[in-house]
Design a protein around this ligand. Sequence first.
Ligand code: WT7
Length: 644
Amino acid sequence: MSQSAVYAPSPEFVQNALVKGMEGYRALYDRAAEQPEQFWGELAEKELVWDEKWSQVCEWNPPFAKWFTGGKLNAAYNCLDRHLATPRKNKIAILWEGEPGDQRLISYQELHRLVCRFANVLKSRGLTTGDRAIIYMPMIPELPVAMLACARLGIIHSVVFGGFSAEALKARIRDLGASVVVTADGGWRRAKEVKLKPAVDEALTECPGVKNVIVYRRTGGEITMQDGRDHWWHDLDADEGISDFCPAVPVDSEHPLYVLYTSGTTGQPKGILHTTAGYLLQTMMTMKWVFDLKEEDTYWCSADIGWVTGHSYVVYGPLAAGATSVMYEGAPDTPAVDRWWRLIEKHRVSIFYTSPTAIRSLIRQGEQWPDKHDLSSLRLLGSVGEPINPAAWEWYYRVIGKNRCPIVDTWWQTETGAIMISAMPGAIPLKPGSGTLPLPGISMDVVDMDGNPAGTDKEGFLVIRKPWPAMIRTIWGDPDRYQQQYWSRMPGVYFSGDAARRDSDGYFWVLGRVDDVMNVSGHRLSTMEVESALVHHPAVAEAAVVAKPHEITGQAVCCFVTLKQGYTDHQALGAELRKWVAHEIGAFARPEEIRFTDALPKTRSGKIMRRLLREIVTTHTVTGDVTTLEDLSVVARLSAQREE
Ligand code: WT7
């Protein structure tokens, strides 16, 4: 395992790279480690535009960090206005393609105009700094426009991925206390209209705080509008009072920029809070360090903006760095499975950032599809979302990168806000399956149960030892949960929830989650969330959910279900429960498998032993200590069930 292949960057790549060779990396890393305040302070001064300079770089009262306190700035200003005084004003900021093939090339100047107009629309509805907005939209330019318009006014946004159900949307609207929802009639996926507005209508039956719904017309499909509450985007925009300019409101460095909900280990999603200055600085710096961004690059991160990858690496990072960011609305296989390769060829994409799960499903389509296209514009590839298996890595490197594009495998989380572990492609030799080394200013370690360094090649917990600029500030409305979730295992140390090991070169190998968080197609989902959805169904008595390995999606959802008296297990009920979960959470959470059982394996104290269920679905045998089990025969029956 440690004898993996090593890929050094080519001399041409090194020559043109921002950071050259291991010496370049080491110098930067060491300086940041020795003088973190100076390091981040200098970057903040040089890379961001401030309305008022900060007085302190970092205030650290574990587990609460504040960065650049006393400073004032605006995120939208830093993503847009500052470029308008430069030749970038006519550069394409967002290069968008809709699934039906419609296309929009939006310059920085034009994006600025759209954002200003929509900020004025929000203002005209009485919204102001500190208010909360939910954004529930397809992958169309108006999604980043809405985010940036919020940021321009200091309105805290929370984007809800369009694949989430009305139930999930409702929970987020309520937790955030949002007063406005920005949405669309629907979007296009696999040549069909996917409606969004009906889910908003359903969610809002129990959200009295929402006074305004603003609806962008994307598909033209039939929807209902509620008088007084719902407004068409284009109607509000057509008002004479809406001008092309709206001043950006200077906010404190620590003013909340957005809340993004993600799955924790309970049924209740957590609202991860990111603030303004530190987040913007680290997403922007990582655009340069990790993607080695050049003025002429055409950069495409294929993530949906509904996830953190899209926030940081489709919107805020690329725009702050002045990049051309590609956005695509639809499915990768529409009209055919080479849609992505077509996009890369057509727009001459030079940097492509996607997930292992996407790579694996593209591998399955065969090399003939990428081979039909001229992919020679590519110079750098990226991976994110889960550990990439070496076979997928090699394919990506050979078939897509033609053996000349470095692959940056980037480890980070919704909570970290920005990339933490990644190769700097001109500096660090690659090993397929390893994220390589932490970025400058980032202090990562692998530790044992007691918090001591685990030692070479020893598996342990992946932790972060020092605060970083883009870090989570708290869980919205629940600072105790924040403290307990991330900072209670080892005092003063951030617990990521991942297992990892370091090899003799100090390279990090992330092994996956150690908690009850599943990773399905790079999307985070908690076992508890699915369990609580299942037990809401009238037929279900108890449910235990575990992740099972899956060839394409990495993990798949596998549910063990016991039924209430009077219900019998049959295929139709299985199908119904799968549909039920998709309805309660969202289609991406639909279980792969429902297994009915007359009992779940429990300890004498009544705790479900998920470990055993995990073993049953992975290795089909049960090992280790089972002496705490109340009824051993349950396990025997469950293992036997599979052999049928
Ligand atoms: C979890 C975070 C932020 C990216 C999108 C997912 C896993 C992410 C990698 C990687 C190994 C990775 C971890 C992490 N993960 N990237 N390059 N190598 N594992 O964000 O939903 O917050 O999930 O994704 O397990 O904890 P997320």
